[in-house]
Design a protein around this ligand. Sequence first.
Ligand SMILES: [Zn+2]
Ligand SMILES: [Zn+2]
Length: 339
Amino acid sequence: MSSALMAAWAVDEPRPIDQGPLVRVERPIPVPGPGQVRLQITACGVCRTDLHLCEGDLPSRRALVIPGHEVVGIVDQVGPGTNRFARGDRVGAAWLARTCGECRFCRSSRENLCLSPTFTGWDVDGGYAQFIVVDGDFAYFIPEEFDDLHAAPLLCAGIIGYRALLRAKVPEHGCLGIYGFGGSAHLTAQIAIAQGIRVHVMTRSPQAQELALALGASSASGADEVPPELLDSAILFAPVGTLVAPALEALDRGGTLALAGIYLSDIPPLNYERHLFQERSVCSVTANTRTDGHDFLEIAARTGLHISVVPYDFEHADQALRDLAHDRVNGAAVLVVAT
Ligand SMILES: [Zn+2]
Ligand SMILES: [Zn+2]
């Protein structure tokens, strides 16, 4: 019966981020149950989804939940019946905390579409804290190529971006448009470029345009500008529904637009001839399978990704989210929880 407490942040009544929906709390240090491990958290990425949760774009599923689903830590306690990890292992926890394992999607290698999934930092407490318990089957070994700070953004920004790239179905030596260039996009662009794909980036931030060019993008321009060539595929990372039409219009015949976010503002009416005819397609991206996660981490280690990280002291998690909301983060914001 331990009564030891840990420091954490929790989501209070959703409201605009500048009105302080993220509050400091103290919680009992969690104890791992069967199949679980406890991590002493070293770093946790700050994802736009955390912001959507704080502001109510994403409905709350649990009062005062601890957000954060790009969690890196060291296993410090192992629950009964857990064999995959041992004390001292460096482990990552991601958005998908658990799936049912029994529904038609879980049984057909599409667990990202599970009918009763559990998500880290939404249904169960996440990584804006000193400790977390995670299901051993859903955690990842962190490749040694990455230190804790740089590994954190891989766990959502990286994995979801990778799934978006798969969903965008870029042909070999093809051409990809990327709309919005934050934490996820800057990793996805590098994976695409390493595969021989030409990448054109459309984003409103001049700093992000600069970063895109430095990472090897063929061009970088404003968010609704027309790319210099027709696109085989495009990914919309910005949560901005008004960009769907220009992105579709920039596609070549037969092209695919993947919508990467968990939240998108409303899409204005489309014109069939201008935006969809000639077999152009739109698809969404919903979470990821564990296979996506393992594949991505392996590719990331092999590709030698440059991860642009903006570190924030754990005490300044609220500031990190405010900066994200106001486009002041160039790359991926990461909370430094312990060193
Ligand atoms: Zn399921
Ligand atoms: Zn995320």
